[in-house]
Design a protein around this ligand. Sequence first.
Ligand SMILES: *Cc1c(COP(=O)(O)O)cnc(C)c1O
Length: 374
Amino acid sequence: MTTRAQGSAAAIGLADLPLRPELVGEEPYGAPQLDVPVLLNVNENPYAPSDRVRAEIATAAAEAATVMNRYPDREARALRSRLARYLGHGLTADNIWAANGSNEVMTHLLQAFAGPDRSLLTFGPTYSMYPEYARNTHTRFVVEPRADDFTLDPDRVVAAVTRHQPDVVVVTTPNNPTGTVTGLDTIRTLLDVAPGIVVIDEAYQEFVTPGLPTALELLGDYPRLVVSRTMSKAFAFAGGRLGYLAAAPAIVDACRIVRLPYHLSGITQAVASVALDNAPEMMAHVAELRAARDDLVDWLREQGLPVVPTQANFVLFGAFADRHEVWSQLLADGVLIRETGPAGMLRVSVGTPAEMAAFKAALLRVLANEEMSR
Ligand SMILES: *Cc1c(COP(=O)(O)O)cnc(C)c1O
């Protein structure tokens, strides 16, 4: 039996509610979560934790459960120390902030340094979540184009910053969805001219060729630099939801002001600490994924498809007259990739050898169909 209240609650639609005007017509994020055999659409590490790490995670969760009646450490000190140790570069817990995914870290940064009458500048095509973080924090979102080959050079960055005088600039390197790396020369120039906070989103940094520099090297020289990282990609911990940043302690203090109290659960802190204590094992397959990425780039080029040079664990390729049709045919074959980025292009994450074989076989069938339809 439904009560009167339940009945009218069911009848009401979003359009009947006094929603903030900028949210009217908006759809929740994002990538389709479909139950298909080959998932190559959200750049996860395809390798699950080992049995040994899994057992340690279970033990840590059970221990955390013994104090579940208490609030967790609001400052997540033990976890932040481990993150600092993992990053190296002389960083300590005071330089680190952590939250439920780097999307929450970015939200903290915008709550602290952007907001009404302030702006966020980025360079597109880039990560599709930035406009949403800006919208949710009432921040004006400004996007300037990258070069035709998706690179960023110092001149372009200076021109954009001079023109917009943004409160926050975000540069993603390697960039999502293109895989493009931005050099430290460009980042240094950006830091020299930017009037506010500069965030370098290094979500995919562990996938770059070993020896390539990271913006962490610049932290000592630039107090308004923030380097954003995540355990969701190379670290094979997307389900654990742990993102973090490295910056001057004052920037961490700003994040501590705006975060919700006890934002990081005791379970999250405990299991992320276990993952960090087992970092080499969690990332045991990264070198293999890097090699698989390079093989995939070569193979796509052999099929005559343009590919954007990439240092991440995904490849942007195309260009198709009807990319949605290609995406749909792959999906019909049990292979889910991502319809994102510039017109006609598709993005595929690097998977296991079996997943790569399935993707290649499915794409060859699509290309054969295309051939016939010409
Ligand atoms: C995947 C990704 C992240 C990570 O998001 P989490 O919230 O930490 O899972 C951050 N930035 C970019 C550019 C990404 O592609």
